[in-house]
Design a protein around this ligand. Structure first.
Ligand code: FES
Length: 121
């Protein structure tokens, strides 16, 4: 998973985006824990802004998307990057900067932010 990213290329039918990151923005009102209670919206907004500012956004490059509950609430807030299917649990905006710079831009997984594999809902 530490292989360098292929350079941004024109979209193909196989993969319209080089990488796609989904942030759980789920907000619960029943008192159960949810990613929205831990800064998920701010992280999403920050990621989207950074990806755009770095010129990484668009077809053949990176797409930042909202998601509902990804069913890994116990590890939240979470985001997942495809096509590598790498799950991250982040704490602050510096973590998002690292995911953008290392993984989304350069294809290098941020090991220290990986969601523990046993954590689900
Ligand atoms: S509330 Fe975010 S993964 Fe379930």
């Amino acid at each position: 998973m530490n292989a360098p990213a292929p350079s941004a290329a024109a979209p193909s039918s196989a993969s319209y985006y080089q990488r796609h990151i989904f942030f759980c923005l789920n907000q619960r009102t029943n008192g159960q824990a949810c990613c929205a209670d831990y800064g998920a919206q701010a992280a999403f907004d920050h990621c989207k802004a950074r990806v755009k500012a770095l010129g990484l956004a668009g077809p053949g490059k990176v797409r930042v998307n909202k998601a509902g509950c990804l069913d890994r609430c116990a590890a939240g807030p979470v985001a997942v990057v495809y096509p590598e299917a790498v799950w991250y649990s982040f704490v602050d905006l510096a973590d998002i900067d690292e995911i953008v710079e290392s993984h989304l831009k350069n294809g290098v997984v941020v090991q220290r932010l990986l969601t523990p594999p046993h954590l689900g809902r």
